[in-house]
Design a protein around this ligand. Structure first.
Ligand SMILES: C[S@@+](CC[C@H](N)C(=O)[O-])C[C@H]1O[C@@H](n2cnc3c(N)ncnc32)[C@H](O)[C@@H]1O
Length: 769
């Protein structure tokens, strides 16, 4: 550490050293400099003017020149595209580091500052320095600011400078971890962490993964935070006037991340390193996210280990079914049709393709996953890889004629003389599928089992769906569309206020309208214990541009349904209890009042949409706890206007095919409603082996398999349930799923991105939050 240049020392720190008017005084000081025109547009001169105030007038708690150099060197080395600082104060670091980020070719420097007056000072000085294009000031507490940025699409922070309220260092770092903002290569520079600066933070970033995991599993709160742990004059003065900052102690972080730390000693701008607390930075380079890689590698190895035995078993089953002739013949149907089934990379698409094949029809499979398991299915006569639908830019109704995805479908329908298209929309292609239906039906004689784009939009958007239910007199949770903070406050004011009422409190979810998976994970439940807490949480919601709904949170059980609707009439229906990520399917008895209530709802809604309403519709319902004792009231909470994986429950129900084909006839089908005949319970073996057998074994090591809590259900599923992909007369898709499709996905994830959960049945991996 070089010696400190005394001529540059700031004035000494007083008893009260900020928020006493000096910040605004600084602005006047800077703007009244005789050389203000030369200062304009020059970050160096703005910094020199701030330094001059700090030396000749009053102390300022800036990072200062000495410590600032350490971070600017880091910026030159890391070349961050996105840098964030927590705690901006008057903008000294924002100007110094913002200019360095710009000079290193970076894009944005976010300065998060909770005090709106200080934030205004930052904005003014950043503007003076000519850095407004690069430096963005985010007003509000750091955790709210971080959430807002993530919700607005920020997905990675390259460099983070942490310099705000010491007790918040660790929860904010953990929040960034949970939101997936800390990725391989992210560098953290935290001010004043050297003992006794910030022991919890320092301990966390230095802890090995195993220790962090132990704490993660054991703790119900973030850490034993208490301001007594922090010998920090800023926090002490802040707390004297405002009380301790409220911190979200439930944040647990991501214990899989490994950091390598370097401590650097330096000087405060006063030049006086206080005894026992040398100023400094901790330079934390995140190492390889090795656990994530190990997870992918382990799954790849698992697939390889089972490859020989699985291949042998599947070969034998294939041979056996060929010898016994259990495979359905190709010419079984009297009136043979050509059926196009899309979405055959998902278990639901495969299940439908198999239905038509069993009934002797010609089945064409298509999917935008070129490695779809449908490729190798004996149920499918021909497979097409489709172009990926433009998820970002859903075409307008009139532009569909130029949409590559829709045109590819039309070409298949024409060339293969398709009679009926059974669409298995993926959520990302639902509207395109709707538009393609209109195009195909108007340009060919084929019929589509797919809702029109108008109906998809109507049911998919939560607000229009709720409005429709309300119009039809169907019970819905207390719901209102809002678009501003004052709308929400007004909503609560009419319902007992902004704080939780003791006794029987009703709480409300704030949900974004439309698909927004990121926001979906973070839907706040309001009101909270106090008005202040409610308002704080409210301020963290990015209400900016979009519309939201406030919806009564119904404490109860969730159920999901799947329905086939032909010309406004429900022709096939199943309901089942919902489970997380829906990996287990158990049909409900269709004769129960609960199942009937959900069917009645679906029938009423489908009928209201008329003759053009043909396709699949699935709804999520909530049933109030205890409702089984009296009249059953089901509350719809969401509609998914597409096939639900619960369609696998119809496996032993061949009459389903006739209902699909009835769309080709002018007269409606008059048979009874189709419900699953003798339905099995379904699970996916690969998911089960990993989640209920191997992972618990690893987690509870050295406990034996039968000692893990998940073991009993694993055995029960394997013994009595049925695999959702496996079929003896069509065994190769199962093999392909575990030995081609998923290994390729895991190999990709080894290089790009992270996931925290996979859904084997739909072929999807969910990104780490
Ligand atoms: C030490 S100063 C920052 C100095 C600044 N980084 C610089 O070097 O110029 C700490 C700042 O953090 C702000 N702050 C404190 N708690 C905060 C929080 N939870 N979120 C955002 N800012 C916070 C304070 O208002 C104060 O302006």
């Amino acid at each position: 550490m070089a010696n400190f240049d005394d001529s540059k020392a700031y004035a000494a720190q007083e008893e009260v050293f900020f928020d006493d008017g000096r910040e605004i005084e600084l602005l006047h000081f800077v703007y009244s400099r005789p050389n203000i025109d030369e200062i304009r547009g020059s970050p160096e001169k703005v910094l020199a003017a701030i330094d001059e105030y700090g030396r000749t007038k009053k102390y300022l708690m800036n990072v200062g020149e000495d410590k600032g150099r350490i971070v600017t060197d880091l910026i030159k080395e890391v070349k961050p595209n996105i840098m964030i600082e927590l705690g901006g104060y008057v903008g000294y670091s924002a100007v110094l580091f913002g200019a360095a980020v710009r000079d290193a070719g970076g894009k944005t420097y976010y300065s998060l500052e909770r005090n709106p007056e200080f934030a205004a000072v930052i904005l003014s000085l950043v503007d003076l320095a000519g850095l407004s294009d690069v430096v963005k000031v985010v007003v509000g507490s750091s955790d709210e600011g971080i959430r807002r940025l993530a919700q607005q699409g920020l997905d990675k922070v390259d460099l983070m400078f942490i310099d705000h309220y010491k007790p918040a260092y660790l929860p904010d770092l953990k929040l960034c971890e949970e939101l997936g903002l800390i990725q391989q290569g992210t560098v953290l520079a935290a001010d004043n962490v050297i003992k006794p600066g910030n022991p919890p933070y320092l301990e966390y970033v230095r802890s090995p993964v195993e220790k962090k995991k132990e704490v993660f599993l054991a703790s119900t709160s973030s850490s034993g935070l208490g301001t007594e742990d922090f010998d920090d004059r800023y926090s002490q003065q802040y707390e004297k006037t405002h009380g301790a900052e409220r911190l979200d102690t439930m944040i647990k972080g991501d214990p899989r991340l490994v950091y390598s730390s370097e401590l650097i000693k330096s000087f405060e701008p006063t030049g006086v390193p206080r005894h026992g607390e040398l100023s400094g930075h901790s330079r934390l380079v995140k190492c390889l996210n090795s656990i994530v890689r190990i997870k992918n590698l382990a799954l790849l190895v698992l697939s390889l280990v089972f490859l020989p035995i699985d291949t042998l078993v599947i070969l034998c089953i294939d041979l056996y079914s060929r010898l016994l002739g259990t495979r359905p013949g190709r010419n079984g149907a009297v009136d043979k049709k050509t059926v196009l089934v899309t979405g055959v990379s998902m278990a639901k698409g495969l299940a439908l393709a198999r239905h038509f094949r069993r009934a002797g029809h010609r089945v064409i499979g298509a999917d935008f996953h070129a490695l779809s398991q449908g490729r190798v299915s004996s149920a499918i006569d021909k497979f097409y890889a489709l172009p990926w639908p433009a998820a970002e830019e859903v075409p307008d109704d009139e532009d569909i004629e130029d949409d590559e995805y829709a045109l590819a479908l039309l070409k298949i329908v024409r060339e293969d003389k398709v009679d009926i298209w059974v669409s298995n929309s993926d959520v990302s292609a639902a509207i395109q599928d709707g538009l393609a239906r209109d195009m195909i039906e108007s340009q060919t004689s084929a019929k589509a089992i797919q809702l029109s784009a108008r109906h998809v939009r109507l049911l998919h958007e939560k607000d229009s769906f709720m409005t429709l239910c309300h119009k039809l007199g169907l019970p819905i949770p207390d719901t209102q569309i809002v678009s501003s903070r004052s709308d929400i406050i007004e909503f609560f004011a009419k319902r007992g206020g902004l704080k939780l009422t003791p006794g029987e409190p009703t709480r409300y979810l704030i949900k974004p309208i439309g698909v927004n998976d990121i926001a979906r994970f973070d839907m706040p439940l309001l009101p909270l214990e106090s008005e202040e807490e409610t308002l704080r949480r409210l301020d963290s919601i990015p209400l900016g541009s979009g519309k939201f709904i406030v919806q009564e949170f119904i404490q109860g059980f969730e159920f999901c349904t799947h329905a086939l609707v032909i010309r406004g009439k429900v022709r096939a229906f199943v309901s089942c209890p919902s489970s997380e990520l829906l990996m287990h399917y158990k049909a409900m008895d269709p004769d129960t009042p609960l199942s009937n209530a959900m069917l009645e709802f679906t029938e009423k809604l489908a009928a209201s949409l008329g003759e053009t309403f043909t396709g699949h519709a699935s709804f999520d319902f909530l049933v109030k706890a205890g409702a089984d004792k009296g009249e059953v009231v089901v509350y719809p909470i969401e509609c998914n206007p597409r096939v639900h994986t619960a369609v696998v429950l119809f496996n032993d129900t061949p009459e389903l095919v006739a209902e699909y084909l009835s769309v080709l006839h002018d007269t409606p089908s008059r048979g009874p409603l189709v419900v699953p005949r003798d339905p099995h319970k379904y699970y996916w073996l690969g998911q089960e082996v990993v989640e209920r057998l191997l992972y618990p074994l690893y987690r509870d090591f050295p406990a034996l398999p039968h000692k893990t809590p998940e073991f009993r259900s694993f055995v029960e599923h394997v013994q009595y349930w049925k695999d959702g992909t496996f079929e003896t007369w069509d065994p190769w898709p199962w093999w392909w799923l575990y030995h081609v499709y998923w290994p390729v996905q895991f190999a990709r994830y080894l290089v790009w991105g992270r996931w925290h959960k996979v859904n084997v049945s739909t072929g999807k991996a969910f990104q780490a939050k």
